[in-house]
Design a protein around this ligand. Structure first.
Ligand SMILES: Cc1cc2nc3c(=O)[nH]c(=O)nc-3n(C[C@H](O)[C@H](O)[C@H](O)COP(=O)(O)OP(=O)(O)OC[C@H]3O[C@@H](n4cnc5c(N)ncnc54)[C@H](O)[C@@H]3O)c2cc1C
Length: 560
């Protein structure tokens, strides 16, 4: 890199700071200047909900680097409270406004990196954001929300209520705060399920769990306006279905949009997705302008879809690549398989790759298996059930996606499957992975090994599945089928599928004449092992039309 090289970076959180430190590591000579319109740089956005909840006591704990420390360590300049208001690509120049003094000036660059991120979508009522409606994006947002909730607490008013408009990751992370403070909680969600990027098969567990916690869920409904306003506070809102919902505090979690106005206005190409279009070197349509993070596209390696996935790890990786290339290097960003995990109360909900809905749109041979296994050996205290769903191509074995929900061990299994996807392992190769076993941490056959074993059996024709949805359809159509429960009488008495015949697995052979071989037989147990044994017994005895209920009774119930 030439000594005179000057790199300007717009935005100084995840992608901007990653780019800056990489440039400095590439070269001691480059002049690096960051412009950030906010007061803070380089902070842990992902920890903001836990500052609001009080789990993280001081906002200082979220600040990874202060401006002074960052400048000193990396020998660069950070201008906070400075908004970049224009880019002139032909002149290699930007316009800047000092938000404290109002001074406007221009700055020139050899290379420019845009990391303007995203902003929450705000619903403004009568054109303004009412005083008890909040979003959460910046440190100031978190401090405002926390202060408001603390003041509300001091009022000592009984029967407080919180309304969540939209049920994405950030909104769900805040539930804990409202629940711990004894609020009535209402969620209004436009679509038919919360976390719409997941499969309903996984989300049903979460929705039932929230309802158990007395959280009211209004799906396929939208807030249409404010029903009652006192001062600058919305006392209640109205939905398009005509529901009036009380609200001491309203949290808007209807999603984010990329902050791309600056780029668009200066002729930088915006992709069909609405995010800044970049090539694999993170370069925009201008030779010396790069972009990284939430504001720009990232290619999903499985679906090929280009958009931002709003994940901190992707922003950091893209920032690093933009830094390398802006400093004269030539490294490619390899896309992402999009691994995300969220904490909802005491549950972890995770997804990597595609849901079965998303996979079906690109692959006619996409199939899925549902499996439930303990996070570690059941006999060791503290084991929790992990409910898993893996999506794959049934011919090639390519793993297309994985989702899981549970209390413990969800992160580990998701990351193992994520690594397997990245390494192009076939689903049945998961059976042979060497995964560490101690009763406190896993099982001799880890849940991930089980995914591979079950998929292997499916491939070899040693088992055949019917999904819960398919079974429900058959029941709705009053098809003549036999639903066979091979659990114990005690388990059956505690709950079973309506109309199911009970024959305990160990009694199946001697009761075989009770089954009509001419009918389709669908077997289930609690998880899948006993129904798999039942399947083998019936098939070996000549029954032709036998299927195992995918995920068995736990999938039928979908209860955590
Ligand atoms: C509450 C919350 C929780 C989250 N939790 C997780 C999580 O658990 N896991 C996860 O992977 N991701 C999480 N995310 C997402 C993650 O924080 C983002 O993906 C990441 O911050 C994106 O980094 P970025 O640098 O691209 O953009 P941003 O963090 O949005 O930073 C962009 C910066 O650019 C500045 N800027 C914009 N325009 C200008 C301008 N014209 N001039 C000067 N400065 C400008 C902005 O002020 C901003 O500071 C969470 C996000 C939020 C809000």
């Amino acid at each position: 890199m030439a000594k005179s090289m000057k790199v300007l970076i717009i935005g100084a959180v995840a992608a901007g700071t990653a780019a800056a430190v990489k440039i400095r590591r590439q070269s001691e000579d480059a002049e690096v200047v960051l412009y950030e319109k906010d007061r803070y740089i380089s902070y842990g956005t992902c920890g903001l909900p836990y500052f609001v909840s009080g789990e993280i006591e001081s906002i200082e704990d979220l600040i990874v680097n202060t401006r002074e420390r960052f400048e000193k360590r990396f020998n660069l300049r950070v201008n906070v409270f400075h908004e970049v208001t224009g880019i002139e690509p032909e002149k290699n120049q930007i316009s800047v406004k000092d938000l404290k003094t109002g001074r406007q000036f221009d700055d020139s660059y050899d290379r420019l990196i845009i990391t303007t991120g995203s902003v929450p979508i705000e619903l403004k009522f009568d054109g303004k954001l009412i005083g008890n409606i909040f979003t959460l994006k910046t440190i100031d947002d978190a401090v405002n929300l926390k202060n408001y909730l603390d003041r509300l607490n001091e009022e000592n008013k009984p029967g407080k209520s919180a309304l969540l408009i939209g049920a994405g990751f950030i909104g769900l992370e805040l539930l804990e705060i409202f629940l711990n403070r004894g609020y009535e909680i209402n969620i209004v969600e436009k679509t038919s399920q919360i976390l719409p990027m997941f499969d309903n098969e996984i989300i049903e567990y979460l929705e039932k769990y929230l309802m158990e916690k007395r959280i009211n869920l209004y799906k396929e409904d939208e807030v249409s306006g404010l029903a009652e306003v006192r001062g600058n506070k919305a006392v209640s809102v109205e939905t398009i279905k005509g529901k009036i919902i009380k609200s001491d505090v309203i949290f808007l979690a209807v999603g984010t949009k990329p902050d791309v106005k600056l780029a668009r206005d200066s002729g930088i190409k915006i992709g069909k997705s609405g995010f800044i279009a970049v090539d694999e070197y993170m370069k925009t349509n201008f030779e010396n302008i790069y972009a990284a993070g939430d504001c720009c596209e990232c290619e999903n390696r499985i679906s090929g879809v280009k958009r931002s996935y709003n994940l901190a790890a992707i922003a950091g990786r893209q920032g690093r690549i933009a830094g390398i290339n802006a400093a004269g290097g030539r490294e490619k960003f390899s896309g992402s398989i999009v691994n995300s995990i969220v904490k909802v109360l005491d549950l972890a909900v995770a997804k990597v790759g595609l849901s079965s809905k998303e996979a079906a749109a690109i692959d006619n041979d996409a199939d899925f298996i549902e499996i439930h296994r303990s996070s570690h050996a059941e006999y060791y205290p503290g084991a929790d059930m992990i409910h898993m769903l893996i999506v794959f191509n049934k011919n090639s074995g390519r793993i297309l996606g994985f989702q899981a929900i549970g209390r413990g061990g969800v992160d580990k299994r998701t990351d193992v499957v994520s690594t397997a996807i990245r390494g192009d392992l076939k689903i049945w190769e998961l059976a042979d992975l060497d995964l560490g076993y101690h009763p406190a941490y896993g099982s001799a056959r880890d849940p991930v090994n089980m995914l591979g074993l079950v998929a292997g059996n499916l491939k070899k024709g040693e088992v055949d599945f019917l999904s819960v949805e398919e079974l429900k359809e058959k029941i709705r159509n009053t098809e003549k089928i036999t639903i066979l429960d091979v659990r114990t009488k005690r388990e059956y008495d505690q709950g079973h599928i309506n109309g199911a015949m009970l024959i305990y697995i160990d009694d199946l052979r001697k009761n075989i004449d009770k089954l009509d071989a001419g009918r389709e037989i669908i077997i289930y147990c609690k998880t899948d092992y006993r129904s798999y044994l039942g399947y083998k017994i019936l098939k070996n005895l000549g029954f032709k039309n036998v299927k195992v209920l995918n995920g068995s009774y736990l999938s039928w119930m979908r209860k955590i």
